[in-house]
Design a protein around this ligand. Structure first.
Ligand code: PEP
Length: 250
């Protein structure tokens, strides 16, 4: 498989009201033919805006994703949203295993594994997050933590088309801190090697996004690191000018 086309995905977290569709409109307006040829863009709004965003983005080639889904297709799970419901809005992607879900909702690798399978069952692309905590980084166990997360949360059947990995060091999310370029390169190369070992040529084509305090001013240097196939962006995805500024690093 050829080198994957990079993706910049925006995770809006618990931000965004009806009026935020205007920001999406600006992202669409700035996503011209030149940029479209170079990079895929995805926005993951809160669930309340998913339908609106999917309708607004229709035909624009900006991809829309959810931030989470339940593993089951339907049933007695008050407050949850299934992958089928996400797909029904017109969204095509879903983030699974974000560190905030792992922390706030005690999601384990097994939970994330089931959610990735649910995403595929509904025809969605899973953007699956992994990454070490600050204590794990300091303890020197980053690579083994990533190995455990990959082994436990990535199901059989992963392909370059249905899975995007997001490497997000937990200590870099929303903190303004980022690993050194050498550290990002080391982890991404390691993840690539693991994916290729398990999935062969498909693993070569899977996108591995970096996430954690990416902004326009550091995107250029991060996005040119080998095996960094894009970024998952939190805070800086909320403003069209910043989000497009990151994409423009390509
Ligand atoms: C994220 O939550 O996925 C993220 C990377 O956040 P931020 O860019 O704000 O660090």
């Amino acid at each position: 498989l050829p080198s994957p086309k990079p993706m910049i995905a925006g995770n809006w977290k618990m931000n965004g009201l009806k009026a935020s569709a205007a920001e999406l409109g600006q992202i669409m307006a700035g996503y011209g033919a030149d940029l479209r040829g170079k990079v895929d863009l995805a926005i993951c709004p809160p669930a309340t805006q998913l339908t609106t965003f999917a309708v607004v983005a229709l035909g624009s080639r900006v991809l829309i994703g959810a931030q989470d889904c339940h593993a089951k297709a339907s049933g007695a799970h008050t407050g949850d949203i299934s992958a089928e419901m996400v797909a029904d809005t017109g969204a095509t992607h879903v983030i699974v295993g974000h560190s905030e879900r792992r922390t706030d909702h005690a999601e384990t690798d097994a939970t994330v594994h089931a959610k990735a399978e649910a995403a595929w069952r509904a025809g969605l692309v899973a953007i699956l997050c992994i990454g070490e905590t600050e204590a794990e980084r300091r303890g020197g166990t980053t690579l083994s933590v990533v190995d455990t997360q990959l082994a436990g949360s990535v199901p059989e059947g992963a392909t370059a088309a249905n899975l995007v990995i997001a490497y997000e060091p937990v200590w870099a999310i929303g903190t303004g801190l980022t690993p050194s370029n050498a550290d990002i390169a080391e982890v991404h190369a390691h993840i690539r090697q693991r994916l290729v070992k398990r999935f062969g040529a498909e693993g070569e084509g899977m996108r591995i996004l970096y996430g954690g305090s990416v902004k326009p001013s550091n995107a250029g240097e991060i996005l040119k690191i080998a095996d960094v196939d894009g970024a998952l962006v939190g805070g800086a995805s909320l403003k069209a000018v910043d989000f497009l500024g990151i994409a423009a690093a390509y």
